[in-house]
Write a protein of this length. Structure first.
Length: 213
């Protein structure tokens, strides 16, 4: 199946921007320990099936990637609730929160990004609907644009874009190989199964009218 995205060319007009702590002070990353012993610092080393990853370096080795959102709610929507339909409302297994944790982090003071935000997509002859709002079946085609951005913009440290699941949130996908060491600082790590963070997730679930099981 094809979703109709054009194949990126060898010299696309990608827009590179600088993101700093004045834009977003802290970022949020949700990770799951259900299948792997992940931590707040864990990058995806070439596994997974997401909109913009996995991608490869020029030598064919995987780019290590890490997703973060500008709000905790955006991070919940992009992880815990990523595959839950909103219309009609889907079902959420609340006990699954036991596997999830929220990391709060600070990124480097200046982060060089390829921007996939809406104003810059016409230069690529793309629309937000094609690149950001398309369904998971389109991931092979959207990943091709992330791959091209990585190879054609050698100083870029991340891709920046607006969340598909929560358009109030900004998102970044970081490239570990182009970040300093350490790549970011962890402010806090909290479980989603207890305390304030659990309350936040349940409040969001109920606001969306999803069914708890």
């Amino acid at each position: 199946m094809t979703c109709g995205l054009p194949t990126p060319g060898a010299a696309e007009k990608f827009t590179e921007v600088s993101l700093d702590t004045a834009d977003v002070g802290v970022w949020y990353h949700v990770y799951s320990t259900k299948h792997h012993a992940l931590t707040a610092e864990s990058f995806s080393a070439g596994w997974g099936n997401t909109r913009f990853a996995p991608i490869q370096q020029a030598d064919g080795t995987p780019v290590h990637t890490y997703y973060a959102a500008s709000t905790a709610e955006g991070a919940y929507m992009e992880s815990v609730l990523h595959d839950i339909p909103l219309s009609p409302p889907g079902h959420v297994e609340v006990d699954e929160l036991a596997h999830y944790h929220l990391a709060t982090l600070r990124l480097p003071d200046k982060l060089a990004c390829v921007s996939f935000h809406t104003p810059y997509l016409p230069r690529l002859k793309l629309t937000r609907n094609q690149l950001i709002d398309s369904l998971p079946v389109c991931y092979p085609e959207t990943r091709a644009w992330a791959q091209a951005a990585y190879l054609q913009c050698p100083i870029a440290q991340a891709i920046a874009y607006g969340s598909r699941r929560d358009d109030a949130a900004r998102c970044v996908m970081l490239f570990r190989q182009r970040l300093p060491a350490p790549p970011f600082s962890i402010v806090a790590t909290e479980p989603l199964a207890i305390g304030t963070r659990r309350d936040e997730v349940l409040t969001l679930i109920r606001r969306l009218g999803l069914h708890e099981i």
